[in-house]
Design a protein around this ligand. Structure first.
Ligand SMILES: Nc1ncnc2c1ncn2[C@@H]1O[C@H](COP(=O)(O)OP(=O)(O)OP(=O)(O)O)[C@@H](O)[C@H]1O
Length: 247
């Protein structure tokens, strides 16, 4: 099977500091791939390179076998179907979940024109479907600022999903969440992966164990190893650099 995303020898140099030192990674269509590894391993930098926030100093990042992402501006990468959710939610707290999704759906217009413009029935239904998917339908008319931390994160995921991405990048999506919210987020990721490939940066090993289809371990700007969670846990190098001897 051809990978949906293929990174070859990707390097990032921050004024002499080599944050990525030749990353080779294939991501298959509709898999839930977890990127793990010690602090500073380069996980976030790799997501930044894929979505165009950071430029690779060399190497290739090929999307859908033909689109060279390392040459494209961020907005064009979004248009190609790659969505990125950052750690901190960037939702409008003084608007409702419904309105937030409305804005995300019509990204390029001004805030006022979006809220004044009439919505088609199809658009309305699309927003409602996303609200149901992320578990916010009941709360769709509350102020987003009054939602729990987990609900705010789900709203932001919904704002990415409404763009109908092919590849969704999530950076530590369960940070700060309660146990119940973590499980719901894992279930949501599994649901999303029916239609979209998902790459998740995560430190919580229980979460990775429960919801990953593939795990990639990064260390010092490179891929150290990859496989199932079981493969990873049995790998001696991974035990040494990350999971510890008891891991
Ligand atoms: N803009 C930057 N300028 C200089 N160095 C940077 C920059 N961004 C990241 N780094 C460095 O690059 C290395 C990789 O950082 P990155 O955030 O990708 O690691 P990470 O694996 O995501 O770590 P964590 O798990 O702590 O989030 C770190 O040493 C970091 O300090």
């Amino acid at each position: 099977m051809k990978p949906i995303l293929s990174c070859r020898n990707v390097m990032v140099d921050f004024s002499g500091f080599k944050a990525l030192q030749g990353v080779d990674l294939d991501v298959q269509n509709k898999e839930v791939l977890f990127l793990i590894g010690p602090n500073g391993a380069g996980k976030t930098t790799l997501l930044d390179c894929i979505c165009g926030k950071t430029r690779a100093s060399s190497g290739q990042i090929l999307f859908e076998e033909k689109i060279e992402l390392s040459k494209l501006p961020e907005q064009k990468i979004v248009q190609e179907g790659i969505a990125r959710k950052f750690q901190a939610p960037s939702i409008f707290l003084h608007l409702t979940p419904f309105e937030n999704l409305e804005i995300a759906m019509k990204q390029k217009k001004s805030l006022l024109s979006i809220l004044l413009a009439k919505m088609t029935q199809v658009q309305h239904e699309k927003i409602e479907a996303i609200l149901k998917k992320v578990g916010l339908f009941e709360d769709r008319h509350k102020l987003a600022g009054s939602l729990s931390h987990g609900q705010k994160q789900w709203l932001e995921i919904g704002m990415q999903l409404i763009q109908e991405p092919t590849l969704l990048l999530l950076d530590e999506p369960i940070a700060g969440m309660s146990g119940e919210e973590r499980t719901k987020t894992g279930e949501l990721i599994k649901e999303i992966a029916k239609e979209c490939t998902v790459v998740v940066v995560e430190h919580d090993m229980e979460f990775v164990r429960n919801f990953s289809s593939k795990v990639v371990v990064m260390h010092e700007g490179k891929v150290l190893c990859q496989g199932s969670m079981k493969d990873i846990q049995e790998n001696e190098e991974v035990k040494n650099v990350y999971l510890g001897r008891s891991g």
